[in-house]
Design a protein around this ligand. Structure first.
Ligand code: SF4
Length: 309
């Protein structure tokens, strides 16, 4: 049952982080207008199962007036509202409160802030900490999101030889992380990745929706477009097993996705698409497989900016 809608308010961000799933950057296009935002919130309300709206990006505070009105409207419709930000706007906690107070009055109750070196380098104290302190003082729920850089460790892991090197840290190797962060890391045979580690394709509990209207189950895997038909119809029409991308992922993870679409020739190699001998994690294989399939499934594997195009 769908209980959460994550609104990608914009693909634009003031940063261009190496680990970003969505290839966000200052030049990325695709931002909600206020009219689109209210239209989407009305669609979410029609579902009657959605409880929480999460506003994220890109960086939503770059579009503060739209975000503010969106929070107000979502609150009026009865949703719990959270925002996910990198906290760049927090010079110190007193200034941060000035940014947050109107949002709290509009109905925002949860602030999540990315607080790691990908976003803020070695700035001390990080703007994220000031933002979180302000949220604390305003008695909002607040959480720090931290992604640790990849590191190589020796450990036993399910299905791997005990003592074999594996990759630690929290980075999922999809989006820009594939180009920027996979170099030098230990690789594992494609057939090992028989399960998606994160998403429930059988019964999704949340979706991400961008300004172009795409409804994503994982970033870049889409089941419809809300500017073409309403979210109620998209969710009702979703049959996981019949979806050309979600179906294989459900049956056997990224390995099945590659295999069912014929990309498993020669030990997972498809040299035309630059496939490697092995992959750092399941998302690495999944992302490269999807990128190779983009031309065949332009509606399901979209929009282009999530594939760095
Ligand atoms: S395996 Fe694929 S679908 Fe699953 S979380 Fe990773 S990128 Fe997303």
């Amino acid at each position: 049952m769908l209980t959460g809608v994550h609104i990608l308010l914009s693909y634009t961000c003031l940063y261009q982080c190496d680990h970003c799933f969505l290839h966000c950057s200052p030049g990325s296009q695709g931002t909600f207008t206020l009219a689109q935002l209210t239209r989407l919130l009305d669609q979410a309300a029609e579902l009657t199962t959605v409880r929480r709206i999460s506003i994220e990006g890109g960086e939503p505070f770059l579009f503060y007036p739209t975000m503010l009105r969106g929070i107000e409207y979502a609150h009026k419709l009865g949703f719990e509202v959270e925002v996910i930000s990198n906290g760049y706007w927090a010079q110190d906690s007193e200034d941060a409160k000035v940014w947050l107070e109107p949002l709290v009055q509009a109905g925002l109750t949860i602030l999540n802030v990315s607080d790691d070196e990908f976003h803020h380098g070695d700035a001390t104290p990080s703007p994220a900490k000031a933002a979180l302190q302000a949220a604390q003082e305003l008695q909002m729920q607040n959480h720090a999101f931290r992604i640790d850089p990849p590191c190589v460790t020796e450990a036993s892991a399910q299905g791997r030889e005990k003592g074999a090197p594996i990759v630690g840290g929290d980075v999922r190797f999809r989006g820009r992380a594939v180009d920027k962060l996979t170099g030098g890391l230990p690789l594992t045979d494609w057939q090992s990745f028989g399960q998606c580690p994160d998403e429930d394709f059988a019964a999704p509990g949340r979706v991400h929706i961008d300004a172009l209207g795409f409804v994503h189950l994982c970033q870049g895997i889409c089941i419809g477009n809300v500017w073409e038909r309403p979210l109620t119809e998209i969710m009702a029409a979703y049959v996981p097993e019949e979806h050309p991308i979600c179906g294989p992922l459900l049956r056997g993870g990224p390995a099945a996705l590659a295999q069912e679409h014929g990309l498993d020739r020669e030990h997972g190699l498809d040299r035309e698409h630059g496939f490697a001998q092995g992959y750092v994690d399941a998302c690495h294989l999944c992302y490269l497989t999807r990128k190779a399939l983009r031309a065949s499934f332009p509606e399901q594997l979209a929009p282009p900016q999530t594939y760095g195009e």
